[in-house]
Design a protein around this ligand. Sequence first.
Ligand code: PLP
Length: 229
Amino acid sequence: MIRENLDSIETRIRMACERSGRDRSSVHLIAVTKTKPLEMLREAYDAGQRDFGENKVQEICRKKPELPDDLRWHMIGHLQRNKVRQLIGQTVLIHSVDSYRLAETISAEAVKAQIVMPVLIEVNAAKEDSKYGVMPENTEELVRAVSGLPGIHVEGLMTIAPYTDDPETNRPYFVLLRQLAVDIDNKCIDNVSMGKLSMGMTGDFEVAIEEGATHIRVGTGIFGERIYT
Ligand SMILES: *Cc1c(COP(=O)(O)O)cnc(C)c1O
C-alpha cells in the first residue's frame, strides 16, 4: 500500500510541476513518519524513498540506527533547546528554527561537533495562536540575527499552513512565504541563502508546489492516518 501511495503522490507532484512549469527535480518529497513503525519506513525505503521527516528528536534517535545509512532525516517539529545536542549529526536539515535562543544553542552544539548545521526559519504565516514560528514581519530580523552565528547556515523558510479541507485557502500563505524569501534574498545577507521553501502537506502540497515549494512534507498521504496513543 505504501508503494502505491508513493506512486500516486509522485504522479500528483509531477502534474503540479507541469502545471507550474517547474522541473520535477526542484521538489523534494519528505515522507513524514512520526508515530509510524519501522516496518512502514522500510517499505517506503524499499520503494526508493530517502528523505524522512520526524517531529521528535527521540523518534529520530530511536529509528535511525535501525535503518540504512543513506536515509536523510529532517527535523520538522518544535525543537526544545535541551534536545539539540542529541540531534546534531543525526539530521540533514532542521526546518523549525523560530527563535534566536534556539539558533544560538544549535550553533554552539554544531561548532562543538565541528559541523555547520543547515536550518530553515519557521514562519507562522497565518498568525495562528496554536502554531510555533516567527511572525512574518519579524522574519528578516531573526534571519539577520541568526546569520551571524558560526555553526548555522540559513537556507530558507518553512511554514505549517492551517488545517483545511480546501487547499486553495492556503495559497495566500504559500505566496507570502515565497515573497518573504524573495525579499530577504534581495537583501543579500552574508551567510544566508533563501533557496529552500518547506511548505505543503498531504492536504495542500500541490498548491504549495505551484507557489514554489522545494520541500513538501507528506505523512498521511503515504502512511495513512496517525493513531496517537
Ligand atoms: C505531521 C506533519 C506533517 C505531515 O502532515 P500530513 O497532513 O500527515 O501530511 C508535515 N509537517 C509537519 C511539521 C508535521 O508535523
